[in-house]
Ligand binder design. Structure first.
Ligand SMILES: [Zn+2]
Length: 140
């Protein structure tokens, strides 16, 4: 048997962490963004309806924070996550009343919160924009 010492394919069994809205339309663009950003194939996907709006509240639900912390912790400890994408998106059913500027502030605030919870891992805030049926990821 010859032992090949070639490198595994980029992103072979590598993970990153996706934290954001449950909306099914944004999961694929976020996955593609994370793949190229972190060179990691698989997103561990942590969602709630309008998650960043809940995290940006002055007093976020303690149960939400501990659930989030527990899941991100598993992604980092067990999957060696290479980084965290924190996302919000246009046309969000859970954030109807929120302006785009406010939504972006909520994403940034959520990313800051997660950075404080997990110092030492890259946290990237993004806004997912709708153009017809296409969705594009914009780094904030
Ligand atoms: Zn949404």
């Amino acid at each position: 048997m010859s032992s090949k010492s070639g490198h595994p394919p980029v992103g072979g069994q590598a993970f990153f962490t996706s934290v954001g809205c449950m909306d099914g339309r944004v999961q694929k663009p976020v996955a593609e963004f994370g793949r190229s950003k972190f060179g990691a194939e698989y997103p561990d996907t942590i969602t709630e309806a309008g998650l960043v709006g809940l995290l940006a509240l002055r007093n976020p639900e303690q149960s939400l924070l501990s659930s989030l912390e527990k899941k991100i912790n598993i992604s980092i400890q067990r999957h060696n996550s290479r980084g965290i994408v924190v996302h919000g998106h246009e046309d969000c059913a859970a954030s109807d009343a929120v302006s785009e500027k406010q939504h972006e502030r909520d994403i940034l605030k959520s990313a800051e919160l997660i950075k404080l919870m997990f110092p030492g891992i890259s946290v990237v805030p993004v806004f997912v924009k709708r153009k017809g049926e296409a969705w594009t990821v914009e780094e904030l």
